[in-house]
Write a protein that binds this ligand. Structure first.
Ligand SMILES: O=C(O)COP(=O)(O)O
Ligand SMILES: [Mg+2]
Length: 222
């Protein structure tokens, strides 16, 4: 059975959002009287959703009982404020993403987003990047009871779109994307240019270095 639906991860796959995530995380740290962190370190905290990013960005300087504390809630609220105010100050789509999404869409492929980013950031970010119109289903990190690497978000996409696992390709930059695809029983394309760390990365069905290589892969499937 051939691919009819593409489910895309967002951060590190469609958009390079690290500069604005790091800016907001460092602004939240400054609000708490802490020194800023290297962008590369903050990059390593991205992939498990915003709460995890903020907790990890604050954790090194906080007491062991930071998790669940008022200080954590405050840091998250400050991060939210800063990130909402600047979702696309520096965030850009990776090369060839806009053209490729449009081409897939024009060719009749159906497109979805499966991200661990919370909905309050996902929807305005897609709009600000000018790509919100091409996606039929958008699943964010807080849309369902579980998120990637759980299979639930991908199973939800399949159910909403009425397709089987064999008809869906997940495209992502992290271990969570590959594990979610495997758990849901679908194929997965790994993008090399994102935030995934090569160590212990499970095998993907295809690895690409630029987004439009997806079109070559599709052609080779016929
Ligand atoms: O917000 C995150 O932690 C990661 O988001 P992603 O699933 O789009 O990579
Ligand atoms: Mg990602």
């Amino acid at each position: 059975m051939s691919i009819r639906v593409f489910a895309f991860d967002l951060d590190g796959t469609l958009a390079d959002s690290i500069p604005d995530l790091a800016h907001a995380a460092n602004a939240a740290r400054r609000d708490a009287g802490l020194a800023t962190l290297d962008v590369a370190l903050i990059e390593s905290f991205v992939g498990d959703g915003t709460e995890s990013l903020v907790a990890r960005a604050m954790a090194a300087d906080m007491a062991a009982n930071f998790t669940g504390s008022e200080a954590q809630k405050e840091a998250l609220a400050r991060f939210d404020l800063h990130y909402q105010a600047g979702l696309t100050l520096k965030t850009k789509l990776y090369p060839s993403v806009a053209n490729t999404l449009n081409e897939l869409h024009d060719c009749g492929y159906r497109l979805a987003i499966v991200t661990n980013k919370p909905e309050r950031f996902t929807l305005p970010l897609l709009k600000e990047l000018g790509i919100d119109q091409v996606f039929e289903v958008i699943v964010s990190g807080d849309s369902l009871a579980t998120r990637k690497p759980n299979a639930e978000p991908l199973l939800h996409v399949m159910q909403q779109m009425g397709v089987s696992a064999a008809e869906l390709l997940m495209v992502g930059d992290s271990k969570n994307d590959i594990l979610a695809a495997r758990a849901a029983g679908c194929k997965v394309a790994f993008v090399r240019y994102g935030y995934g760390v090569a160590i212990n990365m499970p095998d993907a069905d295809v690895t690409i270095g630029r987004f439009d290589e997806l079109l070559n892969w599709l052609e080779a499937q016929d």
